[in-house]
Design a binder for this molecule. Structure first.
Ligand SMILES: [Mn+2]
Length: 337
């Protein structure tokens, strides 16, 4: 894999490599907040390198990449490698195996933290850094506020979620469709230091926005044609369009009566089955979507999950999506009996 970011001066500074959930506002913000916390409360003369991690079919980690003096993973799955010295996550599916979970349970370092009840990993890091390490979260309060809203889907309604008004939402869109592997590592150092509205005006960020807003409009048109809602469950397949990173709330905006959604999308390296629930659903979603996704090798949270397939596994992805749609529609029908 390629590493973005700056190694900076190599002198006597400690080299800390931070692995984060790539193409995700909470992932990038977690990396930013962790770096600020580390510099302020652990060690000042430190060079950070930021490396994005993505869920994909097959191995998630390459041990050879853990080459910092310290290596941290934030907002992403646990690794039992002794080279990983810090870990923060809030995903329900945080462990690749029972052995990894046991390894974490036995950890005595006080540098590995997990709480699936947190809306965002960024707010989780802020809380731990404050309570255990005396970090002052006040300067990053706005970032923490918005990661909770965006990762926790705490928008008041679907309209707000698809309108893209707030700077944090625009940054989310930019991060999710990052043009190259260096973009997010270049953005991360700004996230915990500058106001979000100001980051949008950076010369390497500003030009990206208009085409993305246009693409957002087009994706809404495509989803309008493709989404089908039956028994409270939306299904759509947009694998024939390059639309990975579409706003995941559009299906609920188009079908306010829905409870669940299952969508197929495609990028250069994966076919993704996205399984979600409508945050503004007329009735509470009750099915644990992380558990469903785990059955197919994916994961996530109780209310939203995903499964990644290799691009040559397209048929398996279609089959999985159809089985999940049938299961969710069955659950909704059952609850209406
Ligand atoms: Mn997260």
């Amino acid at each position: 894999m390629e590493h973005g970011g700056n190694l900076g001066k190599l002198g006597n500074s400690l080299r800390v490599r931070i692995f984060y959930h790539d193409k995700c506002f909470d992932g990038a913000s977690s990396a930013a907040l962790f770096a600020r916390f580390y510099r302020e409360r652990i060690r000042g003369d430190v060079d950070f390198t930021f490396s994005g991690l993505l869920h994909r079919a097959g191995a998630l980690f390459d041990e050879e990449d853990f080459d910092g003096d310290e290596n941290a993973i934030v907002d992403f799955k646990y690794s039992s490698s002794p080279k990983i010295t810090w870990w923060f996550d809030h995903h329900q599916s945080a462990f690749l195996s029972p052995e990894d979970a046991a390894h974490f349970e036995q950890d005595q370092s006080n540098r590995k933290f997990y709480d699936p009840d947190f809306k965002s990993c960024t707010s989780f890091i802020a809380m731990i850094a404050q309570q255990r390490f005396g970090f002052d979260p006040a300067p990053v309060a706005d970032l923490v506020h918005w990661t909770d809203i965006i990762d926790g889907a705490l928008y008041p309604d679907a309209k707000t979620a698809v309108e893209m008004q707030a700077p944090a939402m625009k940054l989310t869109m930019v991060i999710e469709s990052a043009p190259d592997q260096k973009f997010v590592p270049n953005l991360i150092p700004l996230l915990a230091e500058k106001p979000l509205a100001q980051i949008l005006e950076e010369p390497f960020v500003a030009p990206l926005l208009p085409p993305l807003l246009k693409r957002h409009e087009i994706s809404m048109e495509i989803l309008k044609q493709r989404t089908e809602c039956k028994d409270g469950t939306i299904f759509f397949d947009i694998t024939d369009h390059d639309l990975e990173g579409y706003n995941k709330f559009v299906p609920y905006y188009l079908h306010p009566e829905s409870i669940y959604s299952v969508g197929l999308s495609k990028s250069s390296f994966r076919v993704k089955v996205s399984v979600g629930s409508n945050p503004w659903a007329p009735e509470e979603p009750v099915v644990n979507l992380a558990k469903i996704c785990e059955r197919y090798g994916g994961g996530g949270h109780a209310r939203v999950g995903a499964i990644s397939f290799n691009v040559d596994q397209h048929a398996a992805a279609i089959k999985a999506s159809q089985e999940i749609v049938a299961e969710l529609r069955g659950a909704v029908r059952q609850s209406h009996k």
